[in-house]
Design a protein. Structure first.
Length: 266
């Protein structure tokens, strides 16, 4: 004959049953919807890559050196290190200025790997739990180590600050915004003279952001699309129109940016 379980044993079994039910719900739960995000365009940001992130990007423009009516391309590989929320984060960028494969060399033109540079950034994040605002401050050196054509361009030592904010939207809702301000030693005059930069952006949808920026002597307007693939990989597509006010050339130029970011790799 089986004796009835003591009340505390019954409570324990009910608790375990509740845990099993909760675990089953978690396994079949629909992922939380993505929220809109904002990112300023065409200028250095106060934010940076998280630890374990690797990014691969390529940019194409229809006007080389702002004025030459010829398509040009470049690529970059980026690595993120450190904990910017508790201490310091760091970024390292390997840039490849020419994307021409060696077997398509023409005369003295450069091919893949012959022109390039290394750039570095340190950054720190500041989180306000009361307002939800996140800010970041960065210092960096673009074109710090260079070979080939980039040797003719000086190192750009810069400081940049960014902060998020809420933009009032219809039906008492909001959209995320971002503001960035900074200055650098080689920003104006095709990255040769001291200048200031700044920009503002707003997230319209979970995968679309629009922004306008000022980089030394030219205005940049653009939009970015960031579709997400899984929990650890993002694709970013950016389309920008630089020198929109035509201060440094007879017409503006289009820039297409394509990048893939993978997170949690190390």
């Amino acid at each position: 004959m089986l004796l009835p379980l003591p009340s505390h044993a019954q409570d324990a079994e009910e608790f375990l049953a509740d845990l099993r039910a909760l675990a089953a719900q978690q396994q079949h739960r629909t992922p939380a919807p993505r929220v809109p995000q904002a990112s300023t365009v065409g200028i250095p940001s106060g934010f940076g890559l998280g630890h374990g992130s690797i990014g691969f990007g390529a940019a194409f423009t229809n006007r080389r050196d702002r004025t030459i009516n010829d398509w040009d391309g470049s690529a970059v590989i980026s690595f993120g290190f450190g904990d910017a929320r508790r201490a310091l984060g760091a970024e390292v960028h390997l840039g490849l200025v020419s994307l021409t494969p060696p077997w398509r060399r023409s005369g003295d033109s450069s091919v893949l790997g012959e022109d390039g540079n290394l750039s570095f950034k340190l950054f720190r994040e500041f989180h306000n739990p009361r307002t939800g605002r996140v800010s970041a401050l960065s210092i960096g050196a673009s074109n710090a180590l260079r070979w080939g054509d980039p040797k003719t361009v000086p190192v750009n030592y810069y400081i940049s600050g960014s902060t998020t904010f809420a933009v009032p939207w219809g039906n008492a809702s909001t959209r995320p915004g971002m503001l960035t301000l900074g200055m650098g030693s080689a920003v104006r005059n095709i990255e040769r003279d001291f200048g200031v930069f700044g920009g503002v952006a707003m997230g319209l949808t979970p995968s679309m952001s629009v922004g306008v920026s000022w980089l030394g002597d030219e205005a940049i307007i653009g939009t970015q699309f960031t579709p997400q693939f899984g929990q650890s990989m993002n694709l970013q597509l950016g389309l920008y129109y630089a020198d929109a006010t035509r201060r440094v050339s007879s017409s503006g130029r289009f820039i297409l940016n394509v990048s893939v970011l993978a997170q949690g790799l190390y």
